[in-house]
Design a protein around this ligand. Structure first.
Ligand code: GDP
Ligand code: MG
Length: 296
């Protein structure tokens, strides 16, 4: 009998903000590793998910959405992260929203690599009331670039995601697994913990505030079976601090409870989480502060 072929490869997920890149990564990984929200620019860091099957190991590379509108040091660093994440990948997934292929999406086309397969992912098909509009949309979009494949999916509902994973396999080079079976991401637990707090800022605070806030892990320790985690939420202005804390501390409590529940699921163990809020003016524009906060 011919020995079974094992394939291993890296797959980068790119696209404008808010198209559902992180949701797709989580769905393909089968667990919530990357944070998501209905606001653009939730993802600020590169993150890999490792998906191991009997005959394949896929490393999925999540990226911040490419930001073409605003300047600023944080956005500059985020854009560099996207470009760097295309280095050494075997396949690129270029994600757009069904029926929306606009200026912001098209601007990314020249940045797509020419020498490796680019798969167009048409996401959020669950939002379509009339599915018959999809085929003409795909026909039109396919003219924009020499896509290797075009796959309509719903990352949120999981529709066609297993089909996508199967379709990607032949594009990956033959090779042995590079990671242990139980390794699900390249990021340490303390990074994932910080991200889950940041996700709650995006989900629970209004308007501009999440963009003016970030987080820093002050302590991450195992005490017996319990993870003891202390995280500072860093904001730009004193009035932001009051908004994060909320009336009678309610908002901060809600952020803490939801983040802790997600951490316990992801880490598979009990978490004791302490949060507090700190004002650091101009953190998003200071390269030094950004580096100290873990931005690469
Ligand atoms: P990213 O910025 O590209 O990483 O986008 P996210 O993964 O954070 O998703 C942005 C928003 O779109 C979130 O509110 C998601 O819940 C939502 N979303 C993602 N995929 C789908 C989908 O297939 N269908 C619907 N209806 N919403 C989706
Ligand atoms: Mg994202």
């Amino acid at each position: 009998m011919k020995p079974a072929v094992h394939r291993t490869g890296r797959i980068a997920i790119v696209g404008r903000p808010n198209v559902g890149k992180s949701t797709l990564l989580n769905r393909m990984a089968g667990m919530k590793i990357s944070i998501t929200s209905n606001r653009p620019q939730t993802t600020r860091h590169r993150l890999n998910a490792i998906v191991t099957e009997a005959d394949t190991q896929m490393v999925l590379v999540d990226t911040p959405g490419f930001q073409t509108e605003h300047g600023g040091e944080l956005n500059r660093l985020m854009n560099r992260t996207v470009t760097q994440s295309l280095d050494g990948v075997d396949v690129v997934l270029f994600v757009i929203e069904a029926m929306k292929f606009g200026r912001e999406d098209r601007k990314l086309l020249p940045l797509l690599p020419k020498n490796i397969p680019v798969v167009l992912i048409v996401n959020k098909i669950d939002k379509l009331v009339d599915k018959s509009v999809l085929l003409p949309f795909i026909a039109e979009t396919s003219k924009a670039f020499a896509f290797a494949e075009i796959v309509p999916v719903s990352a949120a509902k999981g529709t066609q995601v297993a089909h996508l994973a199967k379709l990607l396999k032949p594009y990956l080079p033959e090779g042995p697994p590079q990671h242990e079976e139980d390794e699900v991401t390249d990021r340490p637990e303390r990074f994932l913990a910080a991200e889950l707090v940041r996700e709650k800022l995006f989900r629970l605070l209004g308007e501009e505030l999440p963009y003016a806030a970030t987080v820093m892990v002050e302590k991450f320790e195992m005490q017996g079976q319990m993870r003891h985690i202390q995280i500072a939420i860093i904001v730009d202005k004193p009035n932001h601090k009051a908004m994060v804390i909320g009336k009678g501390g309610e908002k901060l409590k809600q952020i803490g409870t939801q983040a802790r529940i997600d951490m316990e699921k992801l880490f598979g163990g009990k978490v004791f989480l302490e949060l507090w809020v700190q004002v650091k003016s101009g953190w998003a524009d200071s390269l030094k502060t950004l580096k100290s906060l873990g931005y690469e």
